[in-house]
Design a protein around this ligand. Structure first.
Ligand code: TXD
Length: 320
């Protein structure tokens, strides 16, 4: 039988103690979900943030440990490793502009982290999201189910927010479906987005829906433009948090996320945003929605642009 002293707190490592990473660490500790290790390449930054967070948590009254470090040995035996390391977008940059710079960062940090936590689930946040998730899977050598990319929860929340603003109702009654890559070709699906079960196509005009879909696609850029130096992090960290929680608490939640496809939606050898069931083992199931021909064609267009970028990195298994 399990002895009580065998129990240890779950451990989540967040690599990249930037805006998203720091805010995610706060959310995890504040909810008493897990101990957190914040790891960054910049000396002092993760240590400073960890100390500040520990003091904040003293005030808000809970007991999780937060460590800041530049040393991967401190990340050993993590249950979940979240990768937020990399550069964010500046105004005028597309997510793909980040491709090569962030690819070299992802390769380095994933290899170092997985060597010490071979049983972890990897959650990728760094952009361009779908390509970085594919790359992380390749360099980690993990089974595909244990590598997940976060973007769909954020994109779906953006769509939800804009629908709520338009209708003047609570976001709590809105459910949205967004498929595809985390880029200009992402696919918010009005037909499968509902207010208390009623499709929004029955509640909003075509013009309004087209406008909200477009705003969702540009949701990240709209914030980049307003902030001027950096990208969104409150909603992204909230989205990463619910995914970490679904894993640590083994909730079998269904979320849109970048997952490995092996034939679903007619696609193979790619990570892209689709609804998945998430639990302690990572992706438990990829859910295949019935799409119209037009929706499927749009999804394939999004997939082609991801594959093109995977090709630029020359990280396809056959060209390895
Ligand atoms: O939906 C989504 N997936 C996204 C993705 C939503 C929001 C942000 N998105 C992307 O996440 C964004 O485009 C970036 O690629 C990442 C992180 O965004 P964040 O806003 O947190 O960027 P910061 O504040 O610049 O933080 C990045 C940190 C910073 O502290 C660097 O010092 C660190 O990453 N960094 C590294 N850490 C460890 N090792 C290496 N090599 C390294 N390089 C940079």
């Amino acid at each position: 039988p399990t002895q009580i002293q065998d129990y240890r707190s779950p451990k989540v490592t967040v690599i990249g103690a930037g805006n998203v990473g720091g805010m995610l660490a706060q959310r995890i500790a504040k909810q008493n979900l897990a101990d957190v290790v914040l790891c960054d390449v910049v000396q002092g930054k993760p240590q400073g943030i960890a100390l500040d967070l520990a003091q904040a948590h003293t005030i808000s009254n809970h007991d999780r440990q937060i460590i800041g470090t530049n040393d991967y040995n401190d990340t050993k035996d993590s249950d979940v490793i979240v990768i937020t390391a990399g550069l964010p977008r500046k105004e005028g940059m597309s997510r793909n502009d980040l491709l090569k710079i962030n690819a070299s960062i992802i390769k380095e940090v994933v290899q170092k982290a997985i060597a010490l936590s071979p049983h972890a689930i990897l959650l990728i946040v760094t952009n361009p999201l779908d390509v970085m998730t594919y790359l992380a899977w390749q360099v980690s050598g993990l089974p595909p189910q244990r590598v997940i990319g976060m973007a769909g929860v954020l994109d779906a929340a953006r769509f939800q927010t804009f629908i709520a603003m338009e209708l003047g109702i609570s976001t709590a009654d809105i459910y949205t479906t967004v498929l595809g890559g985390h880029g200009d070709l992402m696919l918010p699906l009005p037909r499968l987005s509902t207010v208390n079960g009623i499709p929004i196509t029955e509640l909003l005009s075509e013009e309004a829906i087209a406008r909200l879909v477009e705003r969702t696609r540009n949701g990240g850029a709209e914030i980049v433009k307003l902030l001027q130096n950096g990208s969104a992090y409150f909603a992204p960290s909230a989205a990463a948090y619910v995914m970490v929680e679904a894993i640590i608490s083994d909730r079998h939640r269904i979320y849109p996320a970048a997952a490995h496809l092996s034939g679903e939606y007619g696609l193979t050898d790619i990570f892209m945003g689709v609804p998945v069931q998430i639990g302690r083992q990572g992706v438990e199931k990829v859910i295949e929605l019935k799409l119209t021909d037009a929706e499927l064609a749009a999804l394939h267009a999004s997939a082609s642009s991801i594959k093109e970028n995977i090709g630029i990195l020359q990280f396809k298994p056959e060209s390895n």
